[in-house]
Design a protein around this ligand. Structure first.
Ligand code: NAG
Ligand code: NAG
Ligand code: NAG
Length: 126
């Protein structure tokens, strides 16, 4: 009984302590106009992000928001963005941008909110 309670607390502790990680790549990612582009990002440790709030934005606009287990596309990105919702459970909050355009070049910010924890990471693109 004691053990169960302890494990429960331990998982709560983990849930509230995570960082966002964008894996560093050895070579610059290449993308062709019109192709799909994935901006990788995951939680560390790899805990589930299913119940969290995930916001992706560029320097001026909302790209995509995941809240209450629903994905809302930013108006300027309608029909062009998605998250790998089946991978949120593994803490994978990567963004997929379809039909890459020149105007997509720039910085992307990912913000993940869980209870009292808020983490940001910026992916620079030039
Ligand atoms: C953000 O994305 C929108 C839609 O593609 C674009 O019009 C805008 O210029 C972008 N902002 C920046 C700072 O890149
Ligand atoms: C997250 O999912 C994307 C899309 O399948 C994949 O490209 C990426 O490698 C995954 N990241 C991790 C850390 O598993
Ligand atoms: C995270 O991003 C939000 C929205 O872009 C911003 O208001 C906040 O100051 C950022 N926090 C940090 C720690 O960078």
């Amino acid at each position: 009984m004691h053990m169960k309670i302890w494990i429960h607390n331990f998982s709560l502790f983990l849930t509230e302590n995570f960082q966002l990680v964008v894996p560093s790549t050895t070579k610059e990612p290449e993308v062709s106009l019109g192709a799909d582009f994935i901006i990788p990002c995951h939680l560390s440790p790899e805990i589930s992000a299913v119940g969290m709030e995930i916001g992706w934005s560029n320097d001026t606009a909302c790209v995509c928001l995941y809240k209450d287990r629903k994905v809302t596309e930013g108006v300027l990105f309608k029909d062009r963005v998605s998250l790998f919702t089946h991978k949120l459970r593994e803490g994978n909050v990567s963004l997929r941008l379809k039909n890459f355009r020149l105007s997509d070049i720039g910085n992307y910010h990912c913000q993940v909110i869980s209870k009292d924890r808020r983490e940001n990471i910026t992916v620079r693109g030039e």
